[in-house]
Design a protein around this ligand. Structure first.
Ligand code: HAM
Length: 416
């Protein structure tokens, strides 16, 4: 009995061959710099108590107020699919007492995140991030390191057409001073009730409002950057000095507030120049009050989340990675059972030395197997028959030049 085909839920990103190879490559490029800098893996649940995100990410944000996948589980608990990684990471740090060990705690993670947004190119309801968090250090040097790690990931992919936007959202005294003037300013605006109520929770949200009339109204709004306390200003200046000395260029964007409420101090976003509306390929910043808010001790933190899906789109838009770069090194065509024994042995050995090796399985004709080899994009092909079994030597055909070379089994690895 046949049934109707079932499709993936709307707006999820998923990757199947051949594009999944590129996805894998991009994700590994983004993770590698974090590992090289001594960050350690955390594997955390994709669902958490809803309360975690309400308190951690903030009720005034779109992420919490409109985009969470929240449900009641069988034990009547309110559960939410994680919309981001920082709140869960902090929860785990507190729960496992990592903050009682050596500081800073440096962790990385990678996985799926969920936001019920309106799907479009580069904006999905399930998407992938690679993230890091460095917790328990107030030093501007760690801010610079975190930014440099993100930048190294994008560079490893080969991306060039992106830029870094930077600002400081200040510490509590900076925010308090700014708030007075800012609230006075927005009292002159005619805000609808929903907007006014969000503004009551976090007035800075207005800088993130995409509606033209609000954007227009915000042109003359007082900027937090002009209210930084001496401590915040000195910290931010030092971050810039470190970035300059590492040769990482940035643009100051004093209107950037980002979509999550926990940010304080250094805040940044990597923006790709070819991606249109969904151009943020990664972002992050300090969240100095988050641990305390979640019931832990008062430790500062900074981190980033990089969008793997968008980094892949960016790489494709720039044309910096091609499927060709990831095809196999060798495709073996065995003719008969004796040849299959030899093929399996050769493949196993070559794979141990890091070569990508494919075998033609099944009872295909030589012609059919050659076609399969061609389609697979393998760089080299060998055919194993009785003669090769006896002589332990074979012809290696280079598929791009069409030239065949005779090699022995033992020299096959080098020949490839
Ligand atoms: P975020 O800016 O909300 O930050 O997300 C980080 C990145 O995830 C974005 O720059 C974007 O590339 C990608 N992203 C976000 N939403 C979507 C979506 N719907 N579809 C595709 N990609 C998306 C955070 O999540 C923070 N936790 C980052 C952080 C870590 N801050 C401090 N530590």
């Amino acid at each position: 009995m046949g049934g109707q085909k079932i499709q993936a839920p709307k707006g999820v990103s998923e990757y199947v061959p051949p594009r999944s190879r590129l996805f894998d490559f991009v994700r590994e490029c983004l993770i590698a710099p974090a590992k090289l800098a001594g960050y350690q893996l955390v594997e955390l649940p994709v669902f958490e108590a809803t309360e975690l995100f309400i308190r951690g990410v903030g009720e005034s944000t779109d992420v919490v107020s409109k985009e969470m996948y929240t449900f009641t589980d069988r034990g009547d608990r309110s559960i939410t699919l994680r919309p981001e990684g920082t709140a869960g990471a902090m929860r785990a740090v507190i729960e496992h007492g990592l903050d009682r060990g050596q500081l800073p705690i440096k962790i990385w993670y990678s996985g799926q995140y969920f936001r019920a947004e309106r799907p479009q190119a580069g904006r999905y309801r399930q998407f992938y991030q690679v993230g890091i968090e460095a917790i328990g250090l107030d030093d501007p040097a760690i801010d610079a390191e975190v930014i440099a790690i993100a930048d190294a990931g994008f560079k490893a992919i080969g991306l060039k057409k992106y830029h870094l936007e930077l600002t400081s959202l200040g510490d509590a005294p900076s925010r308090a001073r700014h708030r007075i003037d800012f609230l006075t300013y927005i009292a002159t605006l005619d805000l609808d009730e929903a907007t006014a109520s969000r503004t009551g929770i976090n007035p800075l949200r207005l800088f993130d409002d995409k509606r033209p009339e609000i954007k227009q109204a915000m042109v003359k709004a007082p900027l937090l950057m002009d209210y930084l306390s001496d401590t915040s200003r000195a910290h931010f200046d030092q971050v810039k000095v470190y970035l300059d000395s590492m040769g990482i260029s940035y643009e100051l964007n004093p209107r950037m507030v980002r979509g999550l409420d926990y940010y304080t101090g250094t805040t940044f976003e990597f923006v790709h120049d070819l991606l249109g509306a969904q151009s943020g390929i990664g972002g992050g910043g300090r969240y100095d009050g988050l641990m305390k808010e979640l019931g832990g001790q008062e430790l500062s933190g900074i981190g980033f989340g990089l969008g793997v899906d968008r980094a892949l789109l960016a790489a494709e838009a720039e044309g910096v990675i091609s499927k060709q770069a990831f095809v196999s090194d060798l495709f073996i065509i065995p003719l008969g059972h004796g040849a299959m024994v030899m093929a399996l042995a050769i493949a196993t050995k070559l794979r141990m030395s890091g070569k990508i090796v494919d075998i033609a399985f099944g009872d295909r004709s030589l012609k059919g197997s050659m076609k399969a080899a061609d389609k697979s994009g393998a760089r080299n092909v060998i055919v194993l028959g009785d003669a090769e079994i006896t002589s332990h030597s074979m012809e290696v055909k280079n598929m791009s030049t069409g030239v065949s070379t005779s090699v022995t089994i033992d020299s096959l690895n080098d020949a490839l």
